[in-house]
Unconditional design. Structure first.
Length: 167
């Protein structure tokens, strides 16, 4: 399935949420849950700065969906996110039975940026979502948003880094 204008609109909102997180002193990740009918059901951003490293927006979406949606509604929903799910979030997505995932940048992209900038790697392995949830329907990365998201992550994880090469 190709990325649609609707997908891009929701992903742009994820980038706005990631920017809000960064502006609040948190890591720049944002996510949106959209019903099968196209209604925004939940929005979230990273809230890990307080010390609870499980406060990822994708994990919050899974918790909210489990408490508020039927299994059928969860399966029809779409999760949009600025960055590909970490293994914890991917597992929660799979256990709750959420539908399609659309992400702007991949875990591999983020890991590569962190390495190039000399920043500390994430504490868990950067695995593709489908390694954790083999039946997941996943779309991404979305090149149109890569530069903006890379700049948010550079500001958070390597503020003094020079990134002459976007690759």
């Amino acid at each position: 399935m190709a990325i649609s204008e609707t997908d891009l609109r929701h992903l742009r909102r994820c980038v706005e949420l990631a920017r809000e997180a960064l502006d609040d002193g948190d890591e720049p990740f944002g996510s949106v849950l959209v019903s099968g009918a196209g209604s925004v059901l939940f929005e979230g951003r990273n809230r890990v700065r307080g010390g609870d490293s499980t406060r990822h927006p994708e994990f919050e979406i899974s918790r909210w969906a489990a408490a508020n949606l039927t299994p059928e509604a969860r399966a029809a929903a779409v999760v949009y996110t600025s960055g590909e799910h970490c293994p914890m979030c991917a597992a929660s997505h799979g256990w709750v039975g959420l539908g399609r995932i659309v992400y702007a940048v991949s875990s591999a992209q983020l890991s590569g940026w962190l390495s190039r900038w000399g920043a500390a790697p994430a504490p868990v392995a950067a695995l593709p979502i489908t390694t954790v949830v083999p039946a997941a329907v996943v779309e991404g990365p979305v090149p149109e948003l890569e530069d903006e998201i890379r700049s948010l992550h550079r500001a958070c994880f390597a503020p003094g880094a020079v990134d002459a090469s976007p690759e």
